[in-house]
Design a protein around this ligand. Sequence first.
Ligand SMILES: *[C@@H]1O[C@H](CO)[C@@H](O)[C@H](O)[C@H]1NC(C)=O
Ligand SMILES: *[C@@H]1O[C@H](CO)[C@@H](O)[C@H](O)[C@H]1NC(C)=O
Length: 519
Amino acid sequence: MKCAEGGNMSNGRFSHLLRGVWLLWLWQAVSVVGTGSKLWEVPTGPFTLSSASNLSEGLHWEPHCQHHHLQDGVRITAHVPPRLDGTWVSTRCEVRPGPEFLTRSYTFHPSRHFQALQHYYADSGCEEPSYSLMVRGKIRPRQASWLTRGGTEAEHHLNKVGIVVHSLAAKQRLTSRLPPTCVDLSLGRAALGKLYELYNTRAGRGCLTALGFSMLEMDLVRVETQHHGHGGKVQELFLGDIHTDWTQRTQYRPTGYQQPLQNAMHHVHPCPVCALVYRSSEQRPPVLPRSPAAALSLAGRWVSQHCETRPNVLFLTRDFTFDPDQHAWEGVYRHYSDPSCSQPTFTLRASGHYAQGNPSVKLSGASEFVFKVTEVRATAMDEPTAKLLNGTRPGKCGRAGRWEVGAEQDLTLTDGCTVLGIKLPHKEYELFKMGFDHRKHPLLFVGERPTDGSSPDRPARRPTSFQAPMVLCGGEAAQPAHTGFSSRQVQPAAGGTGRPTRLGLLVFMSALCSPLFVY
Ligand SMILES: *[C@@H]1O[C@H](CO)[C@@H](O)[C@H](O)[C@H]1NC(C)=O
Ligand SMILES: *[C@@H]1O[C@H](CO)[C@@H](O)[C@H](O)[C@H]1NC(C)=O
């Protein structure tokens, strides 16, 4: 068993909730092992590809609102170890913490060699390419992940990284970040559109670090296959998450995932971005078409599309309801112990108020928000969790001795719950964005959680990237705004949407102190 990550838990940067969840996890692992159940079929030693068993999982997560465009009738399987062969591409302009904007096209060969193409952009729509990286290396799956159930740990080796710079502005920005020479590249004399070697096995590591570049995302892999009713299938490649703290990202070993790439042969239709990315090369980066800006309209109920994985052993689904007239919000977080969200552990129902702030300066098209959580209710969904909460000291987490499976308890009376790391009231600085899926249904992107488990409880910690988008179930549909304009001068319509900053509410909320809450 890998225990290195466990050690991080004591360094104080982890929130109490993660510590609490970690305790729950250990508790459950121990209790399950104790009863000899097969729930935790995590190999303790390395497997080899030839001896790998058929660990295809049947995933049966039912979305909590029945809506025609949710994944009804779709069966999902995930093989351990995953079959990586083929080309996998971005389905939209991706946002990484920073923010960084990119598209990716990764090709894996049966020999386990890979070629990863990353195109970076100056803008949040991936319309202005800055530079492209051509990465060549080899990947070797090692073992099923102990920390992230359903994931496979892998090792990679980089042979070469090449760079092509696409614009003068990008060249200037790179000059300020990179050493004067990197293997084959001297930025002062570099020509646009030409491939230079930035790194090989003998030199250039400092150049990769200066770029904030690593391929540690390859250390955690998962492939999901969605089998659709009509015989079609969609395959998604989940690679390890990127640390939200820039200084950590070249060392961080992932325990969660980024948004998946889709298989170039088996992707959702239509996917114009997939085709552009698939046909791109390091010399010809994909220039994504301008997508209609979505007016930010939160009204209604939004739910996760899939079972979501958070760094450090959290599987959950989210279910949000917003009432813009009252500035009121409720979020239901259903936690599970497995990557198919079939074994519930506990549910949190949080509510409070929110205020929309200004359009984001860093991320065009996104808006800043402040959330205040005033009330949290919790329900233990399995025996081990009920027992753990039941054993807390009186006054620390609801009514001690009264916890039962399935019975909701109000944590507001005890100002939160120490073992779950919830302290009330609590305030968070958020970043929201809206978009559309391939069927033009509205999507809501909520800010990524800090990877270290802390809370974005001050403006400097406001997210610069997003979690998996949520879909609207019922309620009002968002309207594409200003689709008639295509000029680059047009204000991003998704920004303020004309709703003034609720200064009064913001001031009121600033007055509240708010140490820890993880959502
Ligand atoms: C793996 O499991 C699937 C579904 O349970 C089955 O259809 C398939 O034949 C199995 N493959 C092997 C190699 O056992
Ligand atoms: C919770 O504690 C009370 C009092 O100690 C006990 O009677 C009850 O059975 C416990 N419930 C659970 C689910 O452990």
